[in-house]
Design a protein around this ligand. Sequence first.
Ligand SMILES: N[C@@H](CCC(=O)N[C@@H](CS)C(=O)NCC(=O)O)C(=O)O
Length: 202
Amino acid sequence: MTMKLYGSSDSGNCLKTKWVAERMGAVYEWIEISSFKGATRTPEFLAINPAGQVPVAVLSDGRVLAQSNAIMLHLAERSELVPRDAYDRAKMFEWLFWEQYSHEPAIAVRIARKFFLGQSDAELDPALLSKGAAALARMELQLQQTPFLVGDAMTLADIALVAYTRYAHRGGFELRDYPAVKDWVARLESALGLESALPVVE
Ligand SMILES: N[C@@H](CCC(=O)N[C@@H](CS)C(=O)NCC(=O)O)C(=O)O
């Protein structure tokens, strides 16, 4: 059976699993599931992922795996995207856990509310803006020192974090305030073969 990746093409959490599958040369079928229209809450979908979220992978032997970072790790096991050195590998995990707790809940949520749901700034929790800005500042600090989040080579940490960072402007964040992050986004987009998502500055 071919591996199936259920995901929404407008979700960074989903796209990062797709990029890793592509890079690993995995054979897979992409099944588009909108995360905005209730499709993740149908009885059929809940039978696959009781958490009611995309992405979710159904592996070629039928086993199921949810959580974007877990799916990426499974796909990239023993590849160059996962450092062999124990400290570097743990640093990669540090960034992956941080992404889910301190970056995605502010930046992805602001993108979803502003860009996809059309909410005004007045309708949004102001803490989202300060939390997102603090996350970008944390990345800027690291990327002024190293070209990738963990040293000199791209790891899953970069792939996880670029997914929403490249669209941060849709959430009302200005990447020009974080020049090292902006350059890193361009580096990652080139490495992953993606068109630039950054706004064109006249
Ligand atoms: N921590 C999860 C987050 C997944 C998530 O938030 N998925 C959203 C789309 S980005 C979703 O499926 N939302 C629909 C819903 O909750 O019903 C991951 O990294 O996979």
